[in-house]
Write a protein that binds this ligand. Structure first.
Ligand SMILES: *[C@@H]1O[C@H](CO)[C@@H](O)[C@H](O)[C@H]1NC(C)=O
Ligand SMILES: *[C@@H]1O[C@H](CO)[C@@H](O)[C@H](O)[C@H]1NC(C)=O
Length: 288
């Protein structure tokens, strides 16, 4: 059964980076999912994993605010302002992690001007330009700044915390710590998307929390940032990072994408419900 495959690309600018590409979702409905084997019964709750996300709100920016009507979103009996809705989504993201991985932490990288506070997540302000048009670029910069900080901390503290960088509008439904246990040689893991143009999901990057893993992840993100600057600045503000990510991976592993374009059974890590009102009818059971 084709599940995860590990490549060890030849060293170039990122020396000996071991990249684990987690399988993509083949969205052909539940039939495809039935072919996927059951995951192992091992108990992975020992893993110490920190989730890292970039989140900011725009209420403090009068220029942004004036462009938008003060629209209120109603979900069931609750009404939310734009900011209230963003916070509700963030809280849901954190709530899922607390249930699925109760021993893990959440760190929110944010604009120092955002005045964000949170009861159960660590807020880490990082200088930068978090305007909407720049957010995807800034996200990579914030990741790099955070990782450089972690690398310095590792000089004095030898606690290994694996890192998972994610979007903040996802629901973590199972313990992902096993990625680091089952693939002890991987430094960095990415997930595929079922989309030819953007075959990798920039919304999920797992980084081994060792000095080696963090050092190499910094070099990797720097290459993605460079590719973004050089090649994809014209791309839509939402897509540039995904295109740059795919470009960098492809430059090391030309064969990676063709292997995964064969629609075989694999382990599904990221699953997106069909878009549109009333489209959500539950999630395939095997989704990680
Ligand atoms: C897994 O391990 C944790 C911590 O050691 C324990 O609390 C939990 O009950 C275990 N779960 C299973 C299914 O064995
Ligand atoms: C932040 O980025 C946006 C979008 O690229 C740009 O228009 C703006 O001038 C930048 N702001 C600063 C302070 O650099």
């Amino acid at each position: 059964m084709a599940r995860w495959r590990i490549w060890r690309p030849r060293s170039r600018a990122v020396p000996f980076l071991s990249l684990l590409l987690l399988a993509p979702l083949v969205f052909t409905g539940l039939k495809a999912v039935n072919k996927i084997g059951l995951s192992s019964e091992r108990n992975y709750s020992r893993g110490h994993v920190t989730f890292v996300t970039v989140f900011t709100t725009y209420n403090s920016d009068p220029a942004e605010a004036s462009k938008l009507p003060s629209n209120v979103v109603t979900v069931g009996k609750h009404s939310y302002s734009k900011v209230g809705r963003s916070m509700a989504i963030l809280n849901t993201f954190i709530g899922f992690i607390q249930v699925s991985m109760p021993r893990s932490n959440v760190i929110i990288l944010t604009d120092p001007n955002s005045k964000l506070t949170h009861g159960s997540a660590v807020i880490l302000p990082i200088e930068g330009n978090y305007s909407r048009g720049n957010l995807m670029l800034q996200r990579i910069r914030s990741y790099i700044a955070f990782l450089e900080q972690r690398l310095e901390e590792l000089e004095t503290v030898e606690d290994i915390n694996h890192l998972i960088f994610t979007d903040s509008d996802i629901a973590v439904v199972t313990d992902l710590g096993h990625i680091f246990e089952m693939y002890p040689h991987c430094h960095l893991a990415l997930t595929f998307r079922n989309n030819k143009g953007q075959p990798l999901n920039s919304g999920f990057v797992a980084v081994r929390g060792t000095r080696d893993g963090i050092f190499k992840a910094i070099e990797f993100f720097k290459e993605v940032l460079e590719a973004y600057h050089l090649k994809y600045m014209e791309a839509s503000r939402m897509l540039g990072d995904q295109l740059a990510l795919a470009w960098v991976v492809k430059s090391y592993l030309p064969s990676a994408f063709s292997k995964f374009s064969k629609h075989e059974a694999f382990t599904v890590y990221n699953w997106t419900p069909p878009e549109g009102a009333g489209q959500f009818h539950g999630m395939p059971l095997d989704v990680k």
